[in-house]
Design a protein around this ligand. Structure first.
Ligand code: BGC
Length: 764
């Protein structure tokens, strides 16, 4: 596949020229979403070439039963699949008696796709010659409304170019869909009801097992001779799970005809009567009309960009990369609904099941905290608070922990573990650490302590109890150890004393103990309520302390580095640069046992610890560890390059920082990991944002103050971004000569630049 096929542009993602080989990749890259639903860039018209169909609804999933040869105790019962939702975009088209299909056309020219990120719409245009010789110009625009988030809109126009044409538009909605990753062609949707009325239709279906009820709807308007036609369907095909309308139009050569389709979903998560809700939302959308809906969309995106845009001068590819990342994050999650979270593939593919991973806390929260109202980040924390009982149950019933110890799932839709690989589920327990760290990070950044006495402390206690029980005492070393884990680097399983895990475990216990103390002094009634609820005694606190105070951290004194795990230095330490290129990506080229035996690191692991706890280590230590571990890292997780970019910038390795920046920001656009057709890497996109703001901008919050240490890659003329710091909007612009700060609001603010305090006046 040609990896360079996306045209550089500041505000749009553009593809020119029709290439069947690229259809699936483009379907991912040109995906649209509005936080409530999403749509891969599948064609509206029938396409018989290779395609990956994907329509997704936030929060709708299916528990796919775990099937393994040897069942081990504690195995999670299911793997949650994000479901390919019923199709609302479909419009089959017949032109002069021939089914219109780009795969069978004799010629396709002027083909262009554009995802306009500034205004939030997707557009496709081309000329095509059908086998019957009819040549047509086609122009299609589609968007998912941010304001009416149950509604999608399509404007599909056809102009016959060389002869008159009889065009039959056949818009449909169809719940007879399956997943790409379905086992044995399994069906996930049970059709319940099909209903039509005039130009509107409704197909209601529910998911098997989880019983989410969804009404998929459409409303169609036909245009010809530049005017809206008062046409009703001339006939209708109805099946138990699909409904298709026929509209006939005779179009003279050179004249435009078209169909506007309003479609989407109403869901039982939000409505008692999903059909009535669909009827109502169609009414609202029709009252606005296409032009107003589009204008509202442009306005809504303008508001998002006003706060979250990052500008980069003199480097279009870097600019396009960061905007693509910011755009996708906002398409995936807008913080309106605390039941929802951020799936690693967002609404662009099925992999990772649309579920919540540690990615949210470790990578996404900083982006949402700084570019939205603090309530959005608080919602993300509350999501975990609401699932605390399930995390306690998970630790108790699946793993035998007691006394309210909480192990959050590695992957979840509703608080239950829903990943089915044991080394991930049972061993990748470090995720508990990121969840506690996010609470600390939220308070550090927003200054909103109230979350901790209200909710966060209970989470911290559950997590500290888990680590206390999970550690075991080694008489041999006279220290506590954490055995049999998988760290962030998933290319090692069942290892002992993963430095990152041990470090964050100790930190979690210490932090929970500190917060108990602080809450007891400052919020005594919350303290009383919580301590009574969780039945925590001083004796238990002392036990925690014993573990945290005497944790073992593997280390090589000789090399001055921490060891990723016990025995790491016994591996055959051939660096990545000496590994033949043909061997990579190793996860596609090597057997799993060979990956496990190798020294290669999938993603930041020891370095993830240095990223979180930068202040606990000296710069020299960071540099030694960075130089060592980076040289073995293959970055086969999308979450890896961003952390490396931030640390390289801190260490003044600017060329490296820039290379990692491009890799993280254009991971999907340039398809570094050769898998973009499966979907885009949404959660790592927040890491891209961090690599500019925390990496090049050097933003940190220390002692309630905002700090910057700006650096700039030599490839850039300048860059700028905004931060919502405690309800004050700070804008920073950096170029090779100077750094400018400005402030929206009414109060002045002291900001530190390279360690020096600068008083910034509002609107100045
Ligand atoms: C990474 C995990 C991550 C998951 C989802 C995996 O490849 O190793 O750290 O949570 O992807 O993004």
């Amino acid at each position: 596949m040609n990896q360079d096929y996306i045209k550089p542009d500041n505000w749009s993602i553009i593809e020119e020229g029709f290439d069947r080989e690229q259809v699936k990749s483009s379907e991912s890259l040109f995906s649209i979403g509005n936080g409530a639903m999403g749509q891969r860039a599948n064609f509206e018209e029938n396409y018989t070439g290779e395609t990956f169909q994907g329509s997704y609804i936030a929060g709708i999933y299916y528990p796919d039963k775990t099937k393994v040869g040897w069942w081990k105790n504690g195995y999670p019962k299911y793997f949650a699949k994000v479901l390919n939702a019923p199709n609302w975009i479909g419009i089959d088209i017949e032109i002069n008696g021939e089914n219109f299909d780009l795969n069978t056309c004799t010629e396709v020219s002027n083909y262009r796709r554009e995802l306009n990120m500034k205004e939030g719409w997707y557009h496709r245009s081309f000329h095509a010659t059908l086998k019957n010789g009819t040549e047509v110009a086609v122009d299609v625009r589609r968007f998912l409304s941010l304001d009416l988030d149950e509604v999608g809109v399509i404007n599909y126009e056809i102009t016959p170019l060389n002869k008159d044409a009889k065009i039959i538009y056949k818009p449909y909605i169809d719940a007879g869909v399956t997943n790409e990753d379905a086992n044995w062609d399994e069906k996930f949707w049970e059709p319940l009801d099909v209903k039509k009325s005039g130009n509107e239709a409704f197909v209601t279906a529910q998911t098997f097992k989880t019983h989410f009820k969804v009404t998929t709807f459409m409303q169609n308007t036909i245009f010809a001779k530049g005017e809206k036609q008062n046409l009703s369907p001339i006939s209708v095909d109805t099946k138990s799970d699909k409904i298709l309308f026929y509209y006939d139009v005779i179009v003279a050569k050179g004249e435009k005809s078209g169909i506007q389709k309003i479609g989407g979903y109403t869901v039982s998560l939000n409505h008692e009567d999903t059909i009535l809700a669909a009827e109502n939302v169609i009414k609202t959308a029709l009252a606005k009309g296409y032009n107003q809906l589009l204008q509202d969309q442009i306005d809504a995106w303008a508001k998002i960009w006003e706060m979250s845009d990052i500008t980069i001068d003199g480097d279009v590819k870097a600019q396009q990369g960061i905007r693509f990342n910011i755009f996708q994050l906002n398409q995936t999650y807008l913080g309106k609904d605390s039941r929802l979270n951020i799936g690693p593939k967002g609404f662009t593919g099925e992999k990772y099941g649309g579920s919540t991973y540690w990615d949210t806390e470790a990578y996404c929260i900083p982006f949402y905290m700084a570019t939205k109202d603090q309530q959005v980040a608080r919602n993300l924390l509350t999501y975990r608070y609401n699932q605390l009982d399930k995390a306690i149950e998970n630790a108790k019933d699946n793993l035998g922990f007691t006394n309210g110890a909480a192990l959050y799932p590695m992957v979840t839709m509703n608080g239950e573990e829903c990943h089915n690989e044991w080394e991930i589920t049972h061993e990748e327990i470090h995720r508990n650490g990121a969840i506690a760290f996010a609470i600390y990070n939220y308070y550090r950044f927003t200054g909103d302590y109230s979350y901790i006495p209200e909710k966060g402390l209970e989470v911290l206690i559950g997590i500290a109890r888990f680590w206390h029980q999970r550690a075991s005492f080694s008489k041999n070393k006279n220290q506590y150890m954490i055995l049999g884990v998988t760290g962030p680097n998933e290319y090692e399983n069942n290892i002992n004393n993963n430095f990152y895990t041990n470090y964050i475990a100790k930190w979690c216990i210490d932090y929970a103990a500190e917060q108990i103390q602080k809450v007891s002094l400052e919020y005594p009634s919350d303290h009383k309520r919580i301590i009574e609820k969780v039945k925590l005694s001083d004796a238990e606190l002392q036990e925690w302390n014993k573990v945290a105070g005497n944790m073992y951290f593997p280390r090589s004194e000789e090399m001055g580095i921490y060891l990723q795990q016990d025995g790491f230095l016994d591996k055959d330490l051939v660096r990545v640069k000496d590994l033949d290129r043909s061997q990579r990506p190793i996860n596609q080229k090597w057997s799993w046992d060979r990956v496990l035996r190798s020294p290669y690191i999938k993603q930041a692991d020891v370095l993830q610890c240095f990223y979180f706890f930068e202040d606990h280590f000296s710069k020299e230590e960071l540099e030694r560890n960075f130089d060592f571990y980076e040289s073995f890292t293959v970055h086969e997780s999308s979450l890896s390059p961003c952390v490396h970019s931030i640390q390289a910038a801190l260490l003044d390795k600017m060329d490296m920082a820039y290379a990692f920046y491009l890799r993280t920001s254009r991971l999907d656009l340039d398809d570094y990991n050769k898998e973009v057709e499966e979907g885009c890497h949404i959660t790592s996109m927040a890491g891209t944002w961090m690599s500019i703001v925390e990496g090049f901008g050097g933003m940190r919050v220390k002692n309630d103050a905002l700090h910057f240490s700006p650096k700039i890659p030599k490839e850039w003329g300048g860059y700028s971004f905004k931060i919502n710091f405690r309800n004050q909007i700070v804008k920073i612009s950096v170029n090779h000569q100077e750094t400018k700060l400005s402030l929206e609001g009414t109060q002045e603010l002291t900001v530190f630049v390279n360690g020096t305090a600068v008083l910034v006046q509002p609107n100045n």
